[in-house]
Design a protein around this ligand. Sequence first.
Ligand SMILES: CC/C=C\C/C=C\C/C=C\CCC/C=C/C(=O)SCCNC(=O)CCNC(=O)[C@H](O)C(C)(C)COP(=O)(O)OP(=O)(O)OC[C@H]1O[C@@H](n2cnc3c(N)ncnc32)[C@H](O)[C@@H]1OP(=O)(O)O
Length: 308
Amino acid sequence: MAAVLRRGFRLVSFGSSQLLCGGCKHGRTSSLSICSTSSRNSSSSSSSSSSHVKVDLDGSTGIAVVKFQSSPVNSMSLDFLTELCISLEKLELDRSCRGVILTSALPKIFSAGLDITEMYGKNPEHYAEFWKSVQEIWLKVYGYSKIAIAAINGSSPAGGCLVSMACDYRIMADDPRYRIGLNEAQLGIVAPFWFKDTMVNTVGFRTTELSLQFGLMYSPSDALKIGLVDQVVPEENVLSTATETITKWLAIPDHAREISKSMMRKPMVDRLLASRESDIKNFVNFITKDSIQKSLGFYMNSLKQRKA
Ligand SMILES: CC/C=C\C/C=C\C/C=C\CCC/C=C/C(=O)SCCNC(=O)CCNC(=O)[C@H](O)C(C)(C)COP(=O)(O)OP(=O)(O)OC[C@H]1O[C@@H](n2cnc3c(N)ncnc32)[C@H](O)[C@@H]1OP(=O)(O)O
């Protein structure tokens, strides 16, 4: 697994501009199974599925639906992050794809965030590899050259919120039981600077300051009020609204949209790229502290006890 994600961002020439283009380099055989079909206008559509992610690309519209299917709660393990990164990378390289919708195949959960078991009771090498894969997914989604829409059909704490915020637009299901936010402080851990900056760029400084210190989780209507999501719709309409929305984005010439996106996001991507190793070291130092391991153990037990 150590060589699974060895990737750097590269710059691709586009006219006179340079655009961000991610590249997940992975050194293992993917377990993706792919089947293609021809649609009415002879563009090919395809479906692929791995244990954590299912991808349906409609070749006639250029829209790919990427569904998280990692039972029970789509927690982002190393394998989940690796598969998601590979799937997004493939779609980014596929000329017939112009935009992706990220959503969940599971009921009530978009994603439970990072898999806590990857950050608990393991060795420093494992933590470093895991954190690198977290960086990879953020770099991939935040710097994605194509359109990315989050169709948030369930709760989306911490890492789930990060991936949603990294998309271009967020549509959330209108169920008052669902929550979204960066709740790291509630676990006794701290969101790193690029989580924080992604939130600042989404909802502004003051709201982020309060959200991070309290580890606030927002209901869909409150998330809409603070701008953490862009639209709240009945659950059964989340995917159709995401499809309608992405269709509007598709009306904009790709090169103009891509360059505009890159102009807004490149400085943040570059900041993490320039400090990846120190960010990993920082994470490993932090997560291996006895007090932090104790907090995580306590939190995991509390999740289990809540059920009992
Ligand atoms: C100086 C320092 C400066 C900077 C810091 C440096 C570095 C940074 C350091 C750390 C940064 C880390 C960033 C972390 C990001 C994260 O994403 S942490 C994860 C946060 N996620 C959560 O808090 C969610 C917790 N889960 C829930 O709230 C609920 O499970 C749910 C609302 C998602 C779903 O509820 P239910 O449907 O009721 O399901 P259950 O609660 O019964 O759960 C089923 C099953 O799944 C297990 N589980 C849940 N979430 C996780 C998870 N995130 N990871 C692993 N496992 C999870 C849960 O325990 C149950 O397991 P079983 O009991 O069935 O075994």
